[in-house]
Design a protein around this ligand. Structure first.
Ligand code: SF4
Ligand code: SF4
Length: 144
């Protein structure tokens, strides 16, 4: 079961040619207990690597993992995405709250409405995949 400390973010990695063949992703999982979902990966003709991935895990481990990558010369950028909710479509069914590890979506116990706090949202897009009525939208703005 995921805990409140779980964190998830989509990031873009750029590897120098000398790092491309190192098992960085394997180490990330093994040393820091992080999981990742590779959304895009390519190696340029000059053998530089570029990867966009969703990285998830305990927040403290997440920070350590990012530091580890940076210490090995990998440059990291956030992928600029904005998540919006179409208030006309949302039925407040609550399905999305189970997959929002950053607690940007939560139940208001008084009104029984699902609150969306976009300040906590890291644009992992879990909710956009699970929402049965397509109320959550992702707007991709490229890399920040
Ligand atoms: S899953 Fe969709 S419809 Fe249900 S509360 Fe979340 S945003 Fe609203
Ligand atoms: S609101 Fe959606 S996109 Fe934002 S953190 Fe929660 S699950 Fe991820």
């Amino acid at each position: 079961m995921q805990t409140a400390e779980e964190y998830s973010k989509i990031i873009s990695l750029h590897f120098a040619p000398e790092v491309v063949r190192k098992p960085m992703m394997y180490n990330l999982a093994k040393k820091f207990d992080l999981t990742f979902n590779i959304l895009k990966a390519k190696i340029s003709p000059r053998e530089e690597g570029h990867m966009i991935l969703e990285l998830s895990g305990n927040l403290e481990d997440f920070k350590k993992g990012i530091s580890y990558l940076q210490e090995h010369g990998i440059s990291i950028r956030d992928v600029a995405q904005t998540i919006t909710r179409d208030e006309r479509l949302c039925t407040h069914c609550g399905v999305c709250t189970a997959l929002c590890f950053n607690r940007a979506l939560s139940l208001d116990k008084v009104t029984r409405q699902i609150l969306f706090n976009d300040a906590r949202c890291t644009a992992c897009s879990n909710c956009t995949r699970i929402c049965p009525v397509g109320a959550m939208h992702v707007e991709s703005n490229g890399e920040s």
